[in-house]
Design a protein around this ligand. Structure first.
Ligand SMILES: *Cc1c(COP(=O)(O)O)cnc(C)c1O
Length: 376
């Protein structure tokens, strides 16, 4: 699947499967979609397109260095955004300093007043703001940035709005969770990863854009041997790869096999299990939750009564994590939240059941008893 002509089925099925996905997510059409290997690639493409949208600068043609007429470029994301957002700045020549990290509120969502303040300061200091990345489902705590208010600012200041919904976007398949995508219909580009939480094997990240012409203007460069006269899109024009895997096939297969209701039932169950674990943690005197649980990922730690030394709590929880993971029945991850070491249980596998979560909770409680004894 390089051009439409080299495998029409691959290109056509990608359009069909992504339009089904768009409908399931409740996003208004028409919306152009293309599948990349990862969200990291898609984020880079989104920000490359945002840079291309600064049409007066003609960076695609002339580059950025050695041009005194090109101001320093700035884009914005919250402190909780994924490192893919930083990496895009590295590759695009905007630099890590070109990304300004915006503080978050008590629930780890981007502080929109701080965003506007930052944009104003940067304008006054001679930067050229060009994009904002808002996250729907941040990596650590799965928080949802206030997209409608961010979209307002993007419109006011003429900035490209990119939405990173890699993990949590899938939850919008549920009518009761559709609100998490409020404002996303105004975004210039949007990413959701079926390989995160839609049961599709790795290497399936969906990139939607309302501005396919700009994305194409960013990447299209057609060698004579690739020149064809079809009306159909050539997906090589929307990124850097020519040859592409037939990624739509597995996504189409997943949608066909489970059906919309089947996918919804599984997502709903994962969220129920996440909430159940969160509830047990809240009820337990020796554990505490360290962040809200909007979906099925729970951030928590052991915090036994009377043990309030942060260094000791970190050691205790590090050991607990190691104990659980080396036992091999479960695999927990960790993060740091306002300096506190936090365990993370991310529930999203097709085979995870309530029994799995009960077993995990049991192991956590037993593990805590053993590790507490070691500590004292
Ligand atoms: C996982 C994740 C990414 C990176 O996804 P890849 O497809 O592995 O590159 C980016 N952003 C968020 C919010 C994520 O959860």
């Amino acid at each position: 699947a390089m051009l439409w002509r080299t495998s029409p089925a691959a290109t056509e099925l990608e359009q069909v499967a992504l339009d089904w996905l768009r409908q399931m997510l409740g996003l208004p059409g028409p919306l152009f979609g293309v599948i990349n290997d990862t969200a990291s690639a898609g984020t880079l493409y989104a920000l490359a397109a945002a840079r291309e949208a600064l049409s007066d600068l003609q960076i695609r043609q002339h580059g950025m260095s050695g041009r005194p007429e090109v101001p320093r470029l700035r884009y914005y994301a919250s402190q909780e955004a994924h490192s893919a957002v930083d990496k895009a700045g590295i590759v695009l020549g905007v630099g890590l300093e070109g990304l300004r990290k915006i503080p978050v509120d008590e629930a780890y969502r981007m502080d929109v007043a701080a965003l506007e303040q930052a944009i104003k300061e940067d304008l006054a200091a001679g930067w050229r703001p060009f994009a904002v990345v808002a996250t729907v489902g941040t990596t650590s705590t799965t928080s949802v940035d206030p997209v409608p208010a961010i979209a307002d600012l993007c419109e006011r200041y003429g900035l490209w709005l990119h939405i990173d919904a890699s993990y949590a976007g899938s939850a919008a398949l549920l009518p009761e969770y559709r609100h998490i995508l409020a404002g996303c219909e105004r975004a210039d580009s949007f990413i959701v990863n079926p390989h995160k939480w839609l049961f599709t094997p790795l290497d399936c990240s969906v990139f939607f854009t309302r501005k396919p012409d700009i994305v194409k203007a960013t990447f299209s460069l057609v060698l004579e041997i690739l020149r064809t006269d079809e009306e159909a899109p050539n997906l090589m024009d929307y990124g850097i790869s020519l040859g592409r895997r037939f990624r739509a096939l597995k996504l189409w297969m997943i949608m066909r096999y489970f059906g919309q209701e089947g996918l919804q039932a599984r997502l709903r169950e994962h969220i129920r299990l996440g909430q159940l674990l969160a509830h047990w943690i809240d009820e337990a005197p020796d554990f505490e939750r360290l962040a809200p649980t909007p979906f099925s990922t729970v951030c928590f730690r052991a915090h036994p009564r009377g043990l309030d030394d942060e260094a000791q709590l970190t050691t205790l929880n590090e050991r607990l994590l190691q104990r659980i993971n080396s036992a091999g029945h479960y695999f927990l991850s960790h993060t740091r939240l306002r300096g506190r070491y936090s365990l993370r249980a991310a529930i999203g596998n097709l085979r995870t059941t309530e029994e799995t979560i009960r077993g995990l909770w049991q192991e956590l409680q037993e593990g805590l008893r053993v590790e507490l004894a070691r500590l004292s």
